[in-house]
Every structure is written in structure tokens, then in C-alpha cells.
Write a protein that binds this ligand. Structure first.
Ligand SMILES: Cc1cc2nc3c(=O)[nH]c(=O)nc-3n(C[C@H](O)[C@H](O)[C@H](O)COP(=O)(O)O)c2cc1C
Length: 194
């Protein structure tokens, strides 16, 4: 069986974003492991406009190159880590939009979360994301990590995560890899029944 592929999705595209530091830290920690291939997917590289496909994504009748490129990328992964900021108690619009673009590419795959924010380490964004991924038939793992702009960033600008985060991040990866592997069987069953 081929190695599991986990995509770490950087959910902020804002100029001056802090999310790039958080996502790179997640990738560094992931690459200490040997249980999957981990890759960073920066939403800024995909340059998605606001959803501009006429047919609902569940029909997979994509007409734009940017949608096809995003679809092919997400299709190739078994599981994901959504690295999300908290904007007005929710995930970023950029991340929600990128999620909305697709449907089947997310189905029956596992997902974990790393959030960051000023007030509650972005955990309220994660709670919203758990509702969203349920609609996409994704399996969201229990463990997550919340990074605080107040205590994990030096001078509110340079990421220096407290060592305490590494253990729960490891648990999140353990759960994510386990469920990403299990969901391959679910996808194989869905295809066989089609
Ligand atoms: C539009 C906007 C809304 C925000 N709302 C919240 C919020 O509700 N709760 C919170 O803890 N931080 C909030 N913040 C602070 C962000 O979490 C913080 O600026 C973070 O760095 C944003 O991620 P980014 O730098 O990767 O874009 C908000 C920031 C922005 C830009």
C-alpha cells in the first residue's frame, strides 16, 4: 500500500499573516515522524477567487483551471491538518471558500486542526470547522492544538511555541494517521459500490 499523504493547509492568505509561521512549525513537527508524507498547501499559491463555479461542487463539473488544480491537489491526499486563524470567532473566509470549492475530494478523509488567535487560541474557529467538515463527510479527530498570540508569539510577532504543545500535536498526528489509513478502506468501499 502506498504511503499516506497528509496535507497541511495554511488557511490564511492575508499580507503579513502569522499563519505561515504556525504552518511551518506544524510541518517541522510532522516531518520528525515517519508514518506519512507531510506537505504544506498554502492557499495563497492556489489564488482561488470567491467561488465562481455555476454547478454545485458536489456535481464535480468544474469549468475553471483554478478549480481543477485545487481539485487535483486535494484529491491526492488522504488526510489534512487545517491550520486556521480565528477571524470574528470563525475560520478565515479564505479557508471556508477553499473548502466550499470542492466536495467529493474531501469525502471520507480525516482532518485535524491547529488554530491560533488572540483571545482563545483560535479554538472557536475550530468548533465552526468541525460543523463544516461534518457536512463534507470528513472524520475530524479529537485532539487539536491552539496557539496563543499572547503566549506563543514573542512580541506578538515571532512564533516561539511553548514546548507543552508538542505532546498534543503528536496525539493529533497519531489520531489523524490512524483515521486517514482507515478511511482508505471506506473510500475503496464507496468506489466498489458505485
Ligand atoms: C478580521 C479579523 C478578525 C479577527 N477576529 C478575531 C477573533 O474573533 N478572535 C481572536 O482571537 N482573534 C481575532 N483576530 C486576530 C487574529 O487571530 C490574528 O490577527 C491572527 O494573526 C490572524 O491570522 P493571520 O495573521 O494568519 O491572518 C482577528 C483578526 C482579523 C484580521
Amino acid at each position: 500500500m502506498s504511503e499516506l499523504r497528509i496535507g497541511i493547509i495554511l488557511g490564511s492568505t492575508r499580507p503579513g499573516r502569522k499563519g505561515d509561521q504556525v504552518a511551518k512549525w506544524v510541518l517541522e513537527q510532522a516531518r520528525k515522524r515517519d508514518d506519512a508524507t507531510y506537505e504544506l498547501l498554502d492557499l495563497a499559491d492556489f489564488d482561488l477567487p470567491h467561488l465562481d463555479e455555476e454547478v454545485p461542487p458536489s456535481m464535480a463539473q468544474y469549468t475553471h483551471d483554478h478549480t481543477r488544480a485545487w481539485s487535483e491537489t486535494i484529491d491526492g491526499f488522504d488526510g489534512f491538518v487545517f491550520v486556521t486563524p480565528e477571524y470574528n470567532r470563525s475560520p478565515s473566509g479564505a479557508l471556508k471558500n477553499a473548502i466550499d470549492f470542492l466536495y467529493k475530494e474531501w469525502n471520507n478523509k480525516a482532518v485535524g486542526f491547529v488554530s491560533y488567535g488572540a483571545q482563545a487560541s483560535g479554538l472557536r474557529a475550530v468548533e465552526h470547522l468541525r460543523q463544516i467538515v461534518g457536512e463534507l463527510q470528513m472524520a475530524d479527530v479529537r485532539a487539536s492544538v491552539g496557539i496563543s498570540l499572547l503566549t506563543d508569539f514573542e512580541g506578538y510577532s515571532v512564533l516561539k511555541p511553548i514546548p507543552h504543545h508538542e505532546a498534543p500535536l503528536g496525539v493529533m498526528f497519531d489520531q489523524l494517521v490512524s483515521w486517514s489509513g482507515a478511511m482508505r478502506s471506506v473510500r475503496a468501499g464507496v468506489l466498489a459500490a458505485a
